[in-house]
Design a protein around this ligand. Structure first.
Ligand SMILES: *[C@@H]1O[C@H](CO)[C@@H](O)[C@H](O)[C@H]1NC(C)=O
Ligand SMILES: *[C@@H]1O[C@H](CO)[C@@H](O)[C@H](O)[C@H]1NC(C)=O
Ligand SMILES: *[C@@H]1O[C@H](CO)[C@@H](O)[C@H](O)[C@H]1NC(C)=O
Length: 485
């Protein structure tokens, strides 16, 4: 119940989009005593708009998943992310860019604001904010401090014998982790844990996510990776903006797009045929056969969360959702989000919600998943100590408990890899809604390892919007467990 108050506090903290919107509507200059008059006037215009144009108010999640809303331009999309205008004139934009480590002037990639925006139409808008990137990849050097991140050694369970299945003959990509094993796996120490890719006994069929040997060999060579996936023909192929990508990155970064066979043939039909090297533009398409889950969203969490398993030699990886077009050089992203902030894991917070309680409600409201399964997961987390997000807590461990996981930047350090495995295991055990398990996993990892650092950088959603252009997914991918009534 406090969530709603909390949300407001946080959005004021993230004042950037507010300032921009404020400027746009001239809110900042309104005399205070006339606020109610203006509110009334705006309300009337708003109502009129509704009457004339019908209920077309964009609502992020619904739109994203609606099969009716497809192929919209990104101009529309930036305009349609849901969010409320601030109630009070927002504070002046604080410059959060840490300039301590770079003295070079920075380039920015924000879009200029149109001088006379159409009223109403682009009301609920989230605008990318400025990010001070290094001037060019030539100016940046990988820092050596990575070696003093928490050190330990992780191994992964490769195969399970039948004995560990409890006479239950289902093969599972995620394996059969017991609750005791789950608890133990949270300790940041040398250990062997479940982290997907678990095979059955010899002679049993594959548990899925099969990749051919040639692609595997290529993936093994990658040191820095940008990856994404399209399964179930759920999206278009959006190539990174080539002119924003440096020659260095074109030669040294692997751009891998995981697709299933269905998506590959659909792309081919549309004229997107990979060349002899398996490439379409910068993307190298890697075909995944025998998808491990019926739920395409859950299958998508394998490349999203387990890049350290798929690219065993990689030191860094950047994940981006297929709804985004990469618009920034990956080396500049590593410098800005990891090296400069001395982080090993970077993810943005949700543009609107910060409390898991709210996220649960929203997931049910939009029928994102089987309600019983959501309740089971949520109850489990509450009984294990998950609390509501409190933005006023000076010792809070995260700026928000709800991530916007469509963009993740990580160094493949032990803590980062452990966190990725733990998060994946939650998605495998409970629901595929990974924003429900993010904070729980992070807080549990922290509380079980009080003396071990994990440098997670939760950045602002508006920054994510600068890195990549947002589009809508092509179609709705229905999770196989249909929502309960
Ligand atoms: C790494 O260690 C050095 C010296 O021991 C220290 O100054 C620095 O802050 C450490 N960096 C991190 C990221 O912990
Ligand atoms: C953990 O593993 C590393 C490398 O395998 C080894 O050097 C280290 O001694 C191990 N630590 C413990 C406490 O066993
Ligand atoms: C919803 O989830 C519950 C618990 O996981 C399960 O028992 C039930 O069969 C699911 N319902 C549907 C319609 O899939």
């Amino acid at each position: 119940m406090n969530c709603y108050l909390e949300k407001r506090g946080i959005s004021n903290e993230n004042g950037i989009r507010g300032v921009r919107r404020g400027k746009r509507f001239g809110r900042v200059t309104f005399p205070r005593h006339k606020l109610s008059t203006w509110t009334f006037l705006f309300g009337t215009i708003f109502l009129l708009y509704f009457v004339v144009f019908g209920l077309k108010m964009p609502f992020h999640e619904k739109l994203e998943d609606s099969p009716l809303i497809q192929q919209r331009t990104h101009r529309d999309l930036w305009a349609s992310e849901a969010g409320r205008p601030p109630l009070t004139p927002p504070p002046r934009r604080a410059n959060t860019i840490n300039t301590a480590t770079t003295s070079t002037t920075t380039t920015t990639t924000t879009t200029p604001l149109p001088s006379s925006p159409p009223r109403g139409k682009r009301h609920r808008q989230h605008i990318p904010c400025e990010i001070g990137f290094a001037k060019s990849v030539d100016y940046i050097v990988e820092p050596s401090h990575l070696t003093n991140f928490t050190q330990f050694s992780l191994k992964y369970i490769d195969r399970e014998e039948k004995a560990s299945w409890n006479n239950n003959f289902d093969l599972r990509f995620g394996g059969h982790q017991t609750l005791i094993e789950r608890q133990q796996s949270f300790y940041a120490k040398n250990q062997t844990l479940h982290c997907g890719f678990v095979k059955g006994p010899p002679g049993y069929p594959s548990t899925g996510f099969e990749i051919n040997e040639k692609d595997k060999a290529y993936m093994k060579t990658c040191k820095i990776v940008v990856s994404s996936c399209i399964f179930g023909n759920s999206d278009f192929l959006r190539r990174p903006t080539s002119k924003q990508i440096s020659g260095y990155s074109k030669n040294n970064v692997c751009f891998v797009m995981f697709v299933d066979e269905q998506t590959l043939s659909k792309l081919s039909l549309e004229g997107n045929v990979p060349d002899d090297g398996g490439k379409i533009g910068l993307w190298r398409l890697v075909v995944v056969r025998n998808l491990p889950y019926k739920d395409m969203r859950r299958t998508g969490k394998v490349p999203k969360l387990l890049s350290h398993r798929l690219f065993p030699s990689a030191r860094y990886s950047i994940w981006l959702d297929s709804k985004m077009r990469l618009h920034t050089d990956p080396m500049l992203i590593l410098e800005r989000f990891l090296w400069r902030t001395k982080s090993e894991y970077a993810i943005s917070n949700h543009y609107d919600r910060h409390c898991v309680w709210e996220e649960v409600l929203q997931n049910k409201r939009l029928n994102k998943y089987n309600h019983t399964a959501i309740d089971e997961q949520f109850k489990f987390y509450q009984s294990d100590g998950l609390t509501k997000f409190d933005p006023s807590d000076p010792n809070k461990l995260l700026p928000s408990y709800v991530p916007e996981g469509s963009f993740i930047v990580r160094a493949h350090t032990p803590m980062s890899n452990l966190f990725s495995c733990l998060w994946f295991n939650e998605v495998d055990r409970f629901t595929s809604r990974d924003q429900l398990s993010f904070a729980y996993t992070y807080l549990k990892l922290k509380s079980m390892n009080p003396d071990k650092s994990f440098y997670l950088n939760m950045f602002k959603d508006c920054e994510r919007r600068t890195l990549a252009k947002l589009f809508r997914h092509r179609v709705l991918v229905l999770p196989s467990p249909r929502p309960a009534s």
